[in-house]
Design a protein around this ligand. Structure first.
Ligand code: SDX
Length: 427
């Protein structure tokens, strides 16, 4: 592979740009010197632009591969657990036995939130969307945890990382409980991370609640599948917010806001609404005609990077099967409809030509519904799981001494210079 490219412009001028190789995946052309040409590059949506160097996650879209710190998602989903995946994403290596115990103990020791934080919820209507509450409450954490805001202090960054991983499930469950008009549940630190989340979601003061271990394992795997995904829209948002020096809680709130969009993390909620709208397999052909006419999209399908199966979708489908079996919902009509939609789409030239496959969101909503989690909480679950990915990227960026504030340029096609006209002289 050549280690430079030469660009010819303005007839006979040339500029040489270095080519930088990665350990995996495409090399990149380093265009930092490109402005010497007097021009900018132009790539709305960043279809061919890498925004940073990172060692955290690798995706091969053509092969449908996903590695967290080099470990294939299939192996982590089968052999690891979400808190161990958090350790891998934050620290870059699998923990040894002592590190694993210490990390879990530290995370589970900080699951409570400042008690005054509970008053924030009273300012919301009971029917507020949980993502609106997540954005507001997570953004407010900097008002309560002022001893972990100095982004240049590695110890402050470490405390903020632990606080976010520990407290995001507590806040997520509080959003659900507030929506339901139910009292908040305090965390139970003797439970596992994911069992504790289900406890905070579904325990009532009136009777004992013991999370089903099969469902705990399934949800824990769902957290793992959503933990990180390279430079997706919300992670890029966290990085851009962090590049200005904003505190980590504000950056994560920015990531939550971006994730909410239906083209991104809001897709899992949109898939369930789509399945409800389609209603039955009989209506699939007409729905598919609407997709091809571009009146609507097949939500949960397609991906900017994956032009093959999203490896997470395969694991999610297996998890869906496992949970529905455990709950005796094998014939769940939504699952049957989703599988029929997938079967039809994967054999239809429209989807084949565009390399549209199921993504992580296609089956996740069905599993979450079976776990008793309402549609409005689906993106909150995604945000809970992705917080570790966001904060790992934030930490990687802030730890880089060469970090610069992100400030893209533009192609300006607006009005040329013109003089102000007094209102009395305007037509
Ligand atoms: C996530 O980036 C990440 O890594 C995100 C994520 C993560 O973990 O962070 O993986 C999580 O966001 C998954 C994606 C969830 N979103 C959805 O399921 C919403 C439905 N999908 C689409 O909106 C779309 O596929 C995107 C947004 C995911 C990707 O959009 P792109 O890369 O801009 O693709 P595109 O719009 O250029 O599509 C190419 C063609 C177009 O048709 P033509 O103009 O060529 O005729 O495919 C069509 C699109 O219209 N197309 C779809 C489609 N997705 C793309 N047609 C129907 N249904 C779809 N879902």
């Amino acid at each position: 592979m050549a280690n430079k490219v030469t660009l010819t412009y303005n007839g006979d001028q040339t500029i040489e740009l270095p080519v930088l190789p990665g350990t995996l995946g495409p090399s990149v052309v380093d265009i930092r010197a490109f402005s010497k040409t007097g021009m900018f590059t132009f790539d709305p949506g960043f279809l061919a632009t890498s925004s940073c160097e990172s060692k955290i996650t690798f995706i091969d879209g053509d092969e449908g591969q996903l590695y967290y710190r080099g470990y294939p998602i299939e192996q982590l989903a089968e052999h690891s657990d979400y808190l161990e995946v958090c350790y891998v994403l934050v620290y870059g290596e699998l923990p040894n036995a002592a590190q694993k115990v210490e990390f879990e103990k530290t995370v589970m020791k900080h699951t409570m939130v400042h008690d005054q934080l509970t008053r924030f919820f009273n300012g919301f209507r009971r029917d507020a969307h949980p993502m609106a509450m997540m954005v507001g409450v997570v953004g407010a954490l900097s008002a309560f945890y002022q001893d972990s805001l100095d982004i240049n202090d590695p110890e402050h960054r470490k405390v903020a990382i632990y606080r976010l991983i520990s407290k995001i499930p507590t806040i997520a469950a509080m959003c659900y409980r507030y929506n339901q008009g139910l009292p908040f549940n305090y965390p139970k630190n003797e439970l596992s991370y994911t069992a504790n989340f289900l406890h905070m979601m579904f325990s009532t003061p009136c009777e004992n609640y013991t999370p089903n271990p099969v469902l705990v394992r399934a949800l824990d795997r769902i957290f793992t599948l959503h933990a990180d995904h390279e430079q997706n829209a919300s992670t890029s948002t966290v990085r851009l917010a962090g590049s200005s020096g904003a505190n980590p809680f504000a950056c994560i709130a920015a990531g939550i806001a971006c994730l909410w969009g239906p083209s991104h993390g809001g897709a899992n909620e949109a898939v369930l609404k789509m399945l409800d709208e389609i209603g039955s397999v009989d209506n699939v052909p007409a729905f598919m005609e609407g997709v091809k006419a571009k009146t609507h999209k097949l939500m949960g399908f397609g991906h900017r990077v994956y032009k093959n199966f999203d490896p997470r979708a395969k694991i999610m489908k297996q998890t869906c099967d496992e949970v529905l079996n455990e709950l005796g919902l094998r014939d769940d009509p939504q699952f049957q409809l989703a599988m029929k939609l997938e079967e039809i789409a994967l054999s239809d030239p429209y989807f084949i030509e565009r390399k549209l496959y199921p993504n992580v969101d296609f089956y996740s909503g069905i599993v979450l519904t079976a776990l008793g989690i309402p549609v409005s909480m689906f993106t909150v679950i995604f945000a809970l799981a992705r917080t570790v990915g966001w904060i790992s990227h934030w930490n990687e960026m802030i730890s880089d001494p060469g970090m610069k504030i992100g400030r893209p340029r533009q192609l300006y096609t607006g009005a040329k210079r013109r003089d102000y006209v007094a209102v009395t002289d305007r037509k």
